[in-house]
Ligand binder design. Sequence first.
Ligand SMILES: [Zn+2]
Length: 430
Amino acid sequence: MSEEFWDPKIETMPLKDLKELQLKRLKNLVKYIYDNNKYYNQKLKEANVKPGDIKTLDDIQKLPFLTKQDLREYYPFGLVCTEIDDIVEVHASSGTTGKPVVGPYTQNDVELWGEVMARALYANGLRKKDVMQNSYGYGLFTGAHGFEKGAQKIGAMVVTISSGNTKRQINVMKDFGSTAIACTPSYSMYMAEVAEEMGYDPKKDFKLKIGCFGAEAWSNEMRSNVEKRWGITAHEHYGLTEIIGPGVVSECKKKKLHINADHFYTEVIDPDTSETLPPGEEGELVFTTLTKEAFPAVRFRTRDLAVYYEDKCDCGRTLPIQSRIKGRSDDMMKVKGVIVFPSQIEAALMKVEGISDNYQIVKTKKGDITSLSVEAEPTEERWRQGKLDDFEKQAEDEIYSILNLHVPVKAIEPKTIPRSTGKAKRVIER
Ligand SMILES: [Zn+2]
């Protein structure tokens, strides 16, 4: 094992060889789903594709998409390609609308998950000597379990504290000497707030050096705030229950999201026409799991917008790269004809002097017309200084310079916006 890579053979494999491996696996996959699942078999027949028709990677475009709607229809185990007896673990995500999305795993799938998570955490710098405080909520949700499997595979110590009980988190972090934290970015900021209230300096009084963050859309500006506040390097994790949970990508030291493309094949499509787009163009991410057994996802439409690249990275990895997610197309808002993502507003707000990390976007709907306003907490110090009109004006100007849209901003008293120990609710409807 090299210093830098968990799996040097795969992580630095020439792109040409990687594509050969992908093609071999794709062929096997299509035959596998055709032979082992009634629904997939029927879908392929309707699309007039047989396993033998997959001769190149581009032939994947002949296969039908898998959508959230399909998952709801075949809830909970309709898409399973093994015997139900072969499933050893099940996860689920809270479906934002309707039924949850179910993620079943065979023993091999669990192994694979641990492997890709180990790759991801190792790329973040996690090593055997580290102590990872796992503050994702333990439960049906994939997050905590994926991080635990990967960290244990590396041989790090996992502190299985789950989310919540924030004072206890701080005490444990101090007493156990946690060197890495895994949670949502917003929860880490709340933890910093509580640590300060307890009389600690988050930067100096703990051994923390790595943050493994995910499950939430956050801007680069928020990332740098998290890093400054804790004195750590903050890494992004991206994944989906439909694909495997976290572990779909590994963020390297250069902060590029390398897709674990030997297991997950990525396409980017135009969300309106469903046409496949070339590398470098922004569109909807579509994933195919090449090696999963229990529930292989074939051309799953994520509704997440990003760009796919095959460029070389300075870290030495050859695995393809995806940009950070611009937003879920579900989160996209249209205001006076302007497309707005919450992360754009966050990026603007984080430039305002004296702002804390706590804000809320308030969405108001009158008939078909959506309007937005923002409530933001200044820091305690900034709040005491008064002249909050200036604060509001600066925030409005920053938003205007990004969106060309006037969004009124109101400064509200520090610690009035509810804090979250999981996914922060950044957009509320009134
Ligand atoms: Zn890299």
